[in-house]
Design a protein around this ligand. Structure first.
Ligand code: CUA
Length: 196
């Protein structure tokens, strides 16, 4: 009784050629690895979203960008650093092609600082390197970021969202000074680096 010949007939493979069933097995394994990576990444996103309250760049507070200058929170006289009753600071800034107003703000070290920004025209970026501050500044919305500076110095604020031909020149700065060099502000007083 002759053996039934295998179908397709098995010929010895040339050197360096991997049999099809081995290739299929390897592909299935990599598919498994890929799916596992996706599951891990999704889990990280969901878990950090729940536990660290990660939210969109804007705190979804709306504002009319066409009337900023007419009054309200982002009127010119209200921009810059304000001091709250609890001693914390609130810095209000406006971004517009191609600059921030005011171009320099002063805050104290080791003090909670809340930045509130909005845009008059297009999307800008607000980034303070070596801090946790990094957000988009979207017209029609107020972006709010909180931080505490632990080291005094000048923090440069490059616009990190391409906003047009002058984007590369859109800079401002935050001057972080020791607590004894930061004068307390009256409730209606606003400070910047220009007035000092
Ligand atoms: Cu503003 Cu780039």
């Amino acid at each position: 009784m002759a053996d039934t010949p295998p179908d397709p007939p098995q010929r010895p493979l040339p050197d360096g050629i991997v049999p099809a069933d081995v290739v299929a097995r390897t592909e299935r394994r990599w598919l498994g690895v890929m799916v596992a990576m996706l599951v891990v990444m999704m889990a990280v996103i969901v878990l950090t979203g729940i536990t660290h309250a990660i939210s969109p760049p804007s705190n979804v507070e709306t504002i009319d960008p066409t009337t900023l200058h007419l009054g309200g929170e982002f009127a010119e006289s209200n921009l810059g650093t304000a001091q709250e009753r609890d001693g914390s600071l609130t810095v209000r800034l406006i971004g517009g092609q191609y600059g921030f107003a005011p171009a320099c703000t002063k805050v104290a070290v080791d003090t909670p600082v809340k930045f509130r920004l909005t845009s008059t025209d297009v999307i800008h970026g607000f980034l303070l390197p070596s801090t946790n501050v990094n957000t988009m500044v979207v017209p029609g919305f107020v972006a709010e970021v909180r931080t505490t500076f632990t080291r005094p110095g000048i923090y440069r604020m490059p616009c990190n969202e391409f906003c047009g031909a002058g984007h590369h020149g859109m800079w401002a700065r935050v001057s972080v000074v020791p607590k004894d060099q930061f004068q307390s502000l009256a409730p209606t007083e606003r400070s910047g680096c220009v007035q000092q």
